[in-house]
Every structure is written in structure tokens, then in C-alpha cells.
Design a protein around this ligand. Structure first.
Ligand SMILES: Cc1ncc(COP(=O)(O)O)c(C=O)c1O
Length: 392
């Protein structure tokens, strides 16, 4: 099918939950792809941070395909080596003790919310179930994770939302102290807010979260769905802040483009969920875990992580010289560009026309290239962006 036909078919049959742009992808390799009409693109978005190893990485595709030819799924009532080994690698890379397997970021966060509330209920009984999240955060699209999300725009249409969430302005230590009362069981945060505009938290604020949590037996939950799995140049973004949360949620880049979401926990928090208290039919799917293992083997290497930081700096430096660029936020290959005189959605559309895929976050342009992007691909993408910002 040609692009127009694919798009028409999609628009007829798939709910319009996204403001889609007119790209019908066909095939790709690393950070380059082409659409159904043969037009070439450089990818600075990696499927919103999911294709950590780019399009169709051959080791990843071989592992996925080999597993699909062997066993594609078996119920979570049974064991399988591939998913168990993936869990061992991931717990070891994150310093966590155990994980729960789901299929998306929202599910990973649902699990974290359940662990935090049950942990507190098991120890302290009723009434200690408030979770503090941050204003401008994003935690998912289920009713509970929308409720956890600290943005009014997401608290529309779907009433009633889940109670028991309070929202602290990011980096406001005074407000944090005011919000922590005897009803609080957990504090949840993104070390680098993604959808909220690619904003890294202040180190002092993160340290304060952990100080208060330690004093009051409040669990810390790091939502690393977007900023984790090497994206910022460390395996977990919290490593930049020198803290170890009780609970870490991950998704997006972890499966290299296949759906996975995990909730990792350490210490007593890892023992909270018992048979019947939580589950997922597809969670821990061996095909996904086979691909995820290739991701972990690559992204878990220090040299690979250092390269992510180096490429991030390279892009940041090039952006700083471009017209209309006011500032660049974020860490590693998670970058937010503040523009003046032009609007990010307009730049996104022009970039698409010229063969470059970018994202937006709030009023910023957001870049989440594949972690494997080459310097040659980076240069091609930056060249297109420079041309657009220069009015060419
Ligand atoms: C920080 C964060 N948490 C949770 C989610 C939800 O993940 P998913 O769309 O996989 O449910 C997202 C998605 O953008 C996210 O950025």
C-alpha cells in the first residue's frame, strides 16, 4: 500500500487518540527509516524512546525471532529461563531485589502504587495511603496513573479519578515538607520529567525526598519509564542524584521496541505483593524478554553509557549555535529545546517534510534519538534542523 492508502485505512479503523502526522513507516535501520513511498527519514524520536537500539538491530531481531520460533508465551503460573535471566540482569543493573513484569509504563506505575499502599497498610493499617507526586509529572493513562499525574489537563473527562494523590511543585522543599503528613505512604517522581518538558530535578530536592522518606518510613518511587535504561547516560537517571529508591519503574526503551513495563523493588518493598494481589497475563513474555536481554547486554555496558553522554553533549553543543534556540535542557540523549520566535509543533511538521522525526514536550522540541545513533546520523538530522531553524 502507498502512504495515503495506509493512512486512510488507519484513520477509518483506529481511534483518534493521537494527533498523528502523515508518516506511514515501512522499514528502518538504526536511526534511519523510510516510509511506504520510499521517502527517507532520520529518527530523533525512537518511537518516544522505545527503540533504544534503533530500528531492526540485527542482534535484537535475531534474539526475538529465535525465541518466537522456540516458545512465544507461557502463563505466569510457570517458569521460563529467558525471562528469569532477564530479571536477574535487570535487578543486578539497578541494585533492586525483585521485579514485577507488566507490559507498559502505566502498568509498572500501577504496580508501584499498589506496592506502596499495601506496604503501608501491612505495617500501619488504614489511613496511610497518600502518594505525593510532582506537579508537571506524567505517570500514565490508566485512571490511577492519570490521577498520579500532576497536571490538571489530564484530570478531565474521566471522573471520578482515584483519590489519595497530592502534588508538590518540583524542587520546592518547603512545599514538600508541608505536604508530608501521617497519611503519606510514598513519594513518586521522575528524575528527569519527560512529558512535562524534559526537566531534570534539582539534586537538593531529590536528596530531601530521600531524607524525609527515610525518617518517616515513606517509600520512594522513581518513575524511570522515560528517563531510565541508559537514556540519560547512566543506566538509571537517579544515579545522577546518588540515591537508590525503594521502587523503580521502567518501560519504554527496555524492550527495544517491544512492550514491557517492570516495577522493581528492594528490601521489604520487594516482598509486599503475594499470590493473588497482582498479576498480568502477558507480563514477562519470553519473546519480549529475549529482545530486552540484548538491550540490557548493550546498554548495561559503561562504555556504551559514556557514548550516550558524549553524543548528548555533541548534539547539545550543535543546538546551542542554531537560530531560535534559547536553551537546551535534559541529560544524555533526552533533550528539550526551548525556542523563541517559532513554535515547536510547526518545527515538528517542517522537520517531517524535510525527513527528520522529532517530538515535542509541552512548548519544547524534544529529542530522544536511538541510543545507538551514529555521529553520521546525528549530523544528518542536525543539518536538517539547522536548515529549518534558519528558515531554509
Ligand atoms: C515518565 C512516564 N511514566 C509513565 C508513562 C506511561 O507509559 P506507557 O505509555 O508505556 O503506559 C510515560 C509515557 O510517556 C512516561 O513518560
Amino acid at each position: 500500500m502507498k502512504s495515503t492508502e495506509i493512512i486512510k485505512n488507519y484513520d477509518n479503523c483506529v481511534m483518534h487518540t493521537y494527533g498523528r502526522v502523515s508518516l506511514a513507516s515501512e522499514a528502518g535501520c538504526n536511526a534511519s527509516c523510510r516510509d511506504a513511498d520510499g521517502k527517507e527519514f532520520i529518527d530523533f524520536g525512537s518511537g518516544i524512546g522505545t527503540n533504544s537500539l534503533g530500528f531492526a538491530d540485527s542482534a535484537w531481531a535475531d534474539a526475538v525471532s529465535a525465541q518466537a520460533h522456540c516458545i512465544q508465551h507461557i502463563s505466569n503460573y510457570y517458569y521460563n529461563e529467558v525471562s528469569g535471566n532477564f530479571a536477574r540482569k535487570l535487578t543486578s543493573l539497578t541494585g533492586m531485589d525483585k521485579l514485577f513484569f507488566g507490559n507498559s509504563g502505566a502498568e509498572a506505575n500501577e504496580c508501584a502504587i499498589k506496592i506502596a499502599r499495601k506496604y503501608s497498610h501491612d505495617r500501619y493499617g488504614d489511613g496511610r495511603n497518600t502518594i505525593i507526586t510532582l506537579q508537571n509529572s506524567f505517570h500514565g493513562r490508566t485512571i490511577a496513573t492519570l490521577s498520579a499525574t500532576g497536571q490538571d489537563t489530564f484530570h478531565q473527562h474521566f471522573f471520578p479519578f482515584v483519590g489519595g494523590f497530592k502534588y508538590c511543585p518540583a524542587n520546592d522543599i518547603t512545599a514538600l515538607h508541608e505536604l508530608v503528613d501521617d497519611t503519606v505512604c510514598a513519594i513518586m517522581f521522575e528524575a528527569v520529567q519527560g512529558e512535562g518538558g524534559v526537566i531534570a530535578l534539582d539534586k537538593a530536592f531529590v536528596e530531601e525526598i530521600f531524607k524525609i522518606a527515610e525518617q518517616k518510613d515513606i517509600l520512594t518511587i522513581a518513575d524511570e519509564v522515560q528517563c531510565g535504561c541508559g537514556r540519560t547516560g547512566k543506566f538509571l537517571a537517579v544515579e545522577h542524584f546518588g540515591v537508590t529508591p525503594d521502587i523503580v519503574t521502567m518501560a519504554k526503551g527496555l524492550g527495544g521496541g517491544l512492550p514491557i513495563g517492570v516495577c522493581l523493588a528492594k528490601g521489604a518493598a520487594a516482598e509486599v505483593l503475594t499470590p493473588g494481589t497482582h498479576g498480568s497475563t502477558f507480563g514477562g513474555n519470553p519473546v519480549v524478554c529475549a529482545g530486552g536481554t540484548v538491550v540490557l547486554d548493550r546498554v548495561g555496558e559503561k562504555d556504551f553509557l559514556d557514548e550516550i553522554s558524549a553524543k548528548g553533549e555533541y548534539i547539545r553543543k550543535a543546538l546551542t549555535d542554531m537560530p531560535h534556540v534559547v536553551s537546551v535542557s535534559g541529560l544524555g540523549l533526552m533533550l528539550g529545546i526551548t525556542l523563541d520566535g517559532v513554535k515547536a509543533p510547526d518545527i515538528l511538521k517542517k522537520a517531517l517534510e524535510k525527513g527528520l522525526l522529532v517530538l515535542t514536550a509541552k512548548e519544547k522540541l524534544r529529542l530522544l534519538p536511538p541510543l545507538t545513533i551514529t555521529y553520521e546520523e546525528i549530523d544528518r538530522g542536525l543539518e536538517i534542523l539547522r536548515g529549518i531553524l534558519s528558515g531554509e
